[in-house]
Each structure stands twice: as C-alpha cells, then as structure tokens.
Design a protein around this ligand. Structure first.
Ligand SMILES: [Zn+2]
Length: 294
C-alpha cells in the first residue's frame, strides 16, 4: 500500500444536527485541543450543520449527508440550504488538503460502535481490523454497493464514519459519548503510529457486514405504514435473521416473516431518521475478508 504521510485529519460532528454525540465531541475537542493533538499531523474540527443543530433537527431543507455527490457539488442549480452547505464544506476540506476524515454520527438503532467504510481502500480495511481487534464490540459495515457516493465520507478516500447507538435524537448519553471519544483517540494514535512507521499489527481477517438491500415497513395501498418491527427483532442489530424468522407485526396482529433463503444480519433496525426514507432496516451479509495481502 502506498500512502504518504497523513498530515491533515478532519473530525466532523453535526453532519446531522440532532445527533448530539458528534456535535458535543467536536465542541469538547475545540475546548480541549490537546486531546486531538499529535506530533505528526494537524486535526481540524468542524461542526458541519450548525443551523440544524440550533434548530434541533437532522437538517433544515435536505439531508446534508446525501449532498456530496461530486456532480451535485458542481451543479449551480442545487441551492437548498444543505446543498449549498455541502459545497462550502467540500471546498473547506479540499483547501485544507484533508488526508483522513472522521465523520461522527449516532443512531436510534442498536448499532453499538459501528465503523462505516466508504470504500475498500486497504488502509481503511486495516484500520477497521485493528479497531475491531482491540475492541471486539466494534462492528464494521461496508457501504451499499448500489449507493450513490453522496455521503460526506466519500469526499476523502481515507477515513471512516462512526455510528453509535442506540441513542435518541437530540440527547446525549455519557457511556456512548465516552466510547466514541475513546475510539477517536485510538484512531488518532493509529494514524500517528502510521506516520512514524510503527503501525500496530492488525489481524489478517476482518469481519465485514455488506448491505444487501433495504426493507421498508409493511404498507397499505395508500402507502401508509401498517406494521411495526416485531418485538423479537427489535434491537437485534447484527444478529442472525434466519428464513422464517419474525420481522414485522401488523396492526391486524398478523406477522410478516423473513422470506429470504439465506441467513442475513439486519442493521439500522427501526432507525428513526430512516422512516422518511422508507427504510425499516438494512439486511446485510456477514463475511470474513482476508486482508493479509491488501
Ligand atoms: Zn447521522
């Protein structure tokens, strides 16, 4: 792998204004800059959507974390608040020549400590393997293969999104806050060690979850939701869902079971922010990836 030194890191919180762990971590790092200071690189901190945070909302006009498609960034016709904000953030990251980006998110689903990868760059894979080896509760989720490259993390080849949960929107949780802070500390230390040619050993294999498809709630012909996540599935993110297992319970008390042919691993189960997107959960496959020669 040929990567030069990491000389500029960006830590971004508040890409979604009501995901407060990222917002307040960024505020904490601003107040105590020594926490993110390392000898070999600069760490820039950014509160991405301040106005959405002040309004207590995920976004004002459109989801900022869907505005970073390169064609959209260059399209002068796109003038919604977050579309313009994305252009400003993109320019700022370009001008700062950011080499590595950490984007902080939280989820109402039971995502634990999730590392979301924007690509399969070997540097990101080895970092993810290292993080999950020193903390086995860390899960690594790959980006949907069909997904548009419109997330903030897509603007920088090296980097990860951290997604922690479960936590309600608009509140803090000290345990998850501290776990996220610790994870950032470990990542910054890893980058420092990389720059010093002392990268810690990572395992040869990485357990990776690949999104297969999103599943919507049961709906009637008018498009109204007619069912809920089944109690036996609620909170079971990353656990096996087998053919015939219960997925939804409808208001008429009928049950919808998983009709696929293979075992899958649902994530973002009942994520509040995905209601508007018609997503009740994502189904993923679980794979052991050999990264020895990557
Ligand atoms: Zn988010």
């Amino acid at each position: 792998m040929t990567i030069n030194q990491i000389s500029q890191v960006a830590i971004v919180g508040g890409t979604h204004g009501n995901e407060l762990i990222g917002v307040y971590l960024v505020k904490k790092f601003k107040q105590f800059p020594d926490l993110i200071k390392r000898p070999s690189f600069e760490a820039l901190i950014l509160l991405a959507n301040l106005r959405a945070f002040e309004a207590g909302r995920r976004y004002l006009e459109t989801d900022l974390n869907r505005c970073f498609d390169i064609q959209d960034l260059e399209n002068p016709m796109l003038i919604q608040y977050e579309q313009l904000l994305a252009k400003v953030i993109y320019q700022q990251l370009q001008e700062s020549q950011v080499d590595f980006l950490i984007d902080l998110h939280s989820s109402t689903a039971n995502m634990g400590l999730t590392i979301l990868l924007g690509n399969d760059h070997p540097f990101n894979l080895h970092l993810a393997a290292y993080l999950s080896s020193i903390n086995p509760s860390v899960k690594v989720l790959q980006t949907e293969a069909t997904q548009k490259n419109n997330r903030l993390r897509s603007v920088c080849e090296l980097g990860i999104t951290i997604e922690v949960g479960p936590i309600s929107q608009g509140v803090l949780d000290a345990t998850l806050f501290q776990k996220t802070e610790k994870l950032i500390t470990v990542i910054l230390d890893y980058l420092e060690q990389w720059n010093q040619n002392q990268t810690p050993n990572s395992p040869n294999t990485l357990t990776l979850y690949y999104p297969l498809e999103s599943i919507d709630f049961p709906r009637n012909e008018a498009g109204e939701v007619v069912g809920m996540i089944h109690p036996s599935l609620e909170g079971n993110d990353y656990l096996a869902l087998n053919p015939g297992d219960q997925m939804f319970v409808n208001f008429d008390d009928s049950v919808v079971v998983y009709q696929g042919k293979t075992t899958v691993y649902p994530v973002f189960i009942n994520e509040s922010a995905y209601w508007e997107k018609g997503i009740a959960m994502y189904l993923t496959s679980k794979q052991e990836l050999n990264i020895l020669n990557q």
